[in-house]
Design a protein around this ligand. Structure first.
Ligand SMILES: [Zn+2]
Length: 255
C-alpha cells in the first residue's frame, strides 16, 4: 500500500495504517511508495527515500508486533535506469514493484487514467501500446521483483467500449507472463482497494500454466481505512488458481 510518502496519497498515513493492520489481524504490512519520473502529472514524482526509511524505522519501534516491510513501486523503471539505481542504493528495500502507468503515444506521454479523457485518442491502440510497454519492462534488466497491476488500463475502461476481456489480449498477456516467469518474477494481484482485481482469475491461471512460481497481492490502498481491502476475494482467487500461502513473506503465495 501507499502512505503520505507517495505523491498521490494526500490522505496517506503510515502510522495509522500500521494501527489498522493490527486491528485487522494482519501479520505484516508493506509500504510500497511511488517513484515516478514520467512527465504526465505536472513534473516528476520521485520518492524521498531517506525520509521514508526513517518513517518506517519510527513505525517499527512503535509497532513491534507488526512486521513492516519496506518497498517502492517504480513507475516505468526501464525508462529511468539511473534514477532507479539511486533509489535502490539508498537502503534495504524488501519489496520492489515494477509498474507501467504511462505510454508514449502520438508524440506525447500519457497515463492510462487519461486514456478516456484525452481528446481524439485511439483507445484500442493505446491499450495495445500499454501491453507492449509492459513486455518491454519485464524483458528489461531492471531490478524489480514484482510485476504490478499488469492490466492497469482496465480500471479506466471507457463506458461506451466493449467490456475488457482477457481473451482479447491473450497473446500479449501470455508473452508478458512468459517473460516474467523466465526472469523469476512475482505476479501481483492488485485488488484496487476492493474495486477490481488486476489481474483477475483468467490471467492468474495462465500464470500458473506458464510456470509462474508466486503471486502476491496488494490493496493499492492510499489511506489507512483501505488497508487489505479486497484480500478475501483475492485469497479465494489465488487459491482456486492453485497457489498456497508461503511461509515468508506474509503476502506471498506459491505453487
Ligand atoms: Zn501503480
Amino acid at each position: 500500500m501507499h502512505t503520505e510518502w507517495s505523491w498521490d496519497a494526500p490522505r496517506g498515513d503510515m502510522e495509522r495504517s500500521c494501527a489498522r493492520a493490527l486491528e485487522l489481524g494482519l501479520p505484516a504490512i508493506a509500504f510500497t511508495e511511488h517513484a515516478d519520473w514520467a512527465l504526465v502529472h505536472q513534473g516528476q514524482h520521485p520518492v524521498d527515500i531517506e525520509g521514508y526509511l526513517d518513517a518506517v524505522d519510527r513505525c517499527r519501534a512503535a509497532f513491534p508486533d507488526l512486521r513492516i516491510l519496506t518497498g517502492v513501486e517504480l513507475g516505468e523503471p526501464h525508462w529511468f535506469p539511473k534514477e532507479t539505481e539511486a533509489i535502490l542504493a539508498a537502503g534495504p528495500i524488501d519489496q520492489v514493484l515494477g509498474s507501467v502507468h504511462s505510454i508514449h503515444l502520438g508524440g506525447g506521454t500519457l497515463d492510462a487514467s487519461q486514456f478516456r479523457s484525452r481528446e481524439g485518442i485511439d483507445f484500442p491502440a493505446a491499450v495495445d501500446e500499454y501491453f507492449r510497454e509492459v513486455l518491454l519492462l519485464v524483458e528489461s534488466a531492471q531490478p524489480f521483483e514484482v510485476l504490478a497491476h499488469l492490466d492497469y488500463p482496465k480500471r479506466y475502461w471507457p463506458d461506451g467500449a466493449a467490456p475488457y476481456r482477457e481473451k482479447d489480449y491473450e497473446v500479449e498477456i501470455r508473452a508478458i507472463l512468459k517473460a516474467a516467469a523466465r526472469s523469476g518474477r512475482v505476479l501481483e494481484v492488485n485488488t484496487t482497494r476492493g474495486h477490481i482485481l488486476c489481474p483477475d482469475l483468467t490471467v492468474v491461471r495462465w500464470w500458473r500454466e506458464l510456470g509462474g512460481q508466486a503471486v502476491q497481492y496488494g490493496s493499492d490502498a492510499h489511506q489507512p481505512d483501505k488497508v487489505a481491502e479486497g484480500f478475501k476475494v483475492a485469497t479465494q482467487m489465488v487459491e482456486s488458481a492453485g497457489f498456497k500461502p508461503a511461509k515468508d513473506p506474509a503476502s506471498l503465495w506459491r505453487r
